[in-house]
Design a protein around this ligand. Sequence first.
Ligand code: 7PM
Length: 261
Amino acid sequence: MGILNVTPDSFSDGGRFDRFDDALKHAERLVREGAHILDIGGESTRPGAQAVAESEEIDRVVPVIEAIASRLEVPISVDTSKAGVMSAAVEAGACMINDVNALRGDGVLDVAASLDVPVCLMHMQGEPRTMQENPQYADVVTDVKEFLLERAKVCEAAGIAADRILLDPGFGFGKTLDHNLALLKNLPALVGEGYPVLVGASRKSMLGLITGREVDQRLAGSLAVALMALQGGAAVLRVHDVAETTDVLKVWQAVSATAVS
Ligand code: 7PM
């Protein structure tokens, strides 16, 4: 899954893709480099970020989704927590919903169910503006898993088929470095629940804390996490650097397909 930010303030792309033509060119590049899904988001969920009005978010993502859907074959996911954005995005050609709020917003669950598309449910403790202040868990691996399984059950009760639900531990969303590390190391515990698991750690601050590098120098760290996530059973990797991650995937697949002698 290649990340296409259409926010003017997105932290990794420095706002370079807020303009329409740049967004389309970047989408084409991500697909050329091997992306199987494009994830398009118009609301920055950066820790400390301010909320964006629904109409503003729709104005950012819908033209880009329409243009990509009409030009490229790639499935489009919309990264949003708002019901109105989900509806407008699916109408415009998106075929998957990626909600960092796990469909907990007002009226969001029923709208998502009625749209009849796969959904990714992500764990987040707190809300983006304050979530990194003092995150605490009794046992982060168990707490995150139980939250996600509970949300999956709620979604199934609302009519979303179990085989259309992905789970995501939400790296960096209300978590310390130790929490993130525990979640990555114990990814098989979440994978073992049977839902496809999506991992998004590309260029995140956990990599800055480990390597001491700024956001534009976190490719190697991101690739290391990608490989560990594959090894741990992740089904989808949400990444900025699709070409390089595709090479990691090919190497991992080649070794995985080889018999032990
Ligand atoms: C600023 C800070 C901009 C952080 C964007 C981000 C995830 C996600 C994001 C994730 C799923 C980023 C985040 N992260 N959706 N959306 N999982 N499912 O680093 O980890 O891309 S936004």
